[in-house]
Design a protein around this ligand. Structure first.
Ligand code: CUA
Length: 144
């Protein structure tokens, strides 16, 4: 009965809240992230031809680069994320954005923020002494 309950809850959150593991697999050399062309726009969201906005962010002990990101509400936002050192978490509180930043891999997912506001980004994988101070800020602005 408990197993059936778990499966039901997973099924419901998948459909109702869009919660599912990201499917993207792409590798990167962790020591060269900041000289890699795929992370040449850290801190400057890029508008793609299809209207998606790409946000590149890097997790490192014990911060996110950049510490603050601004994106418009109601538009698809594609996050491209990686780590230069150890495994970090990436959770945008109050949204379905939740993944891990694993050194050697690029995590990618696309989501839409419907509600403008100030969102806290937290690292939710224990990554060392400064884990508890590792946070960032996502500002979702009214669409222009
Ligand atoms: Cu980074 Cu915990």
């Amino acid at each position: 009965v408990i197993i059936a309950m778990f499966i039901t809850v997973i099924g419901m959150t998948t459909v109702a809240y869009g919660l599912h593991p990201p499917r993207h697999v792409e590798t990167i050399e962790p020591s060269r992230v900041f000289s890699d062309s795929r992370f040449s726009k850290v801190g400057q969201p890029v508008e793609m031809a299809d209207g998606t906005i790409e946000v590149q962010m890097v997790g490192l002990m014990f911060a996110f680069a950049p510490a603050e990101v601004r994106v418009p509400a109601g538009r698809p936002i594609r996050f491209r994320l990686t780590s230069t050192d150890v495994t970090h978490g990436f959770l945008i509180a109050g949204t379905n954005a939740n993944t891990m930043l694993v050194p050697g891999y690029i995590s990618q997912f696309t989501t839409v923020f419907d509600k403008p506001g100030d969102y806290l980004i937290v690292c939710h994988e224990f990554c060392g002494n400064g884990h508890h101070v590792m946070s960032g800020r996502l500002i979702v602005e009214e669409p222009k």
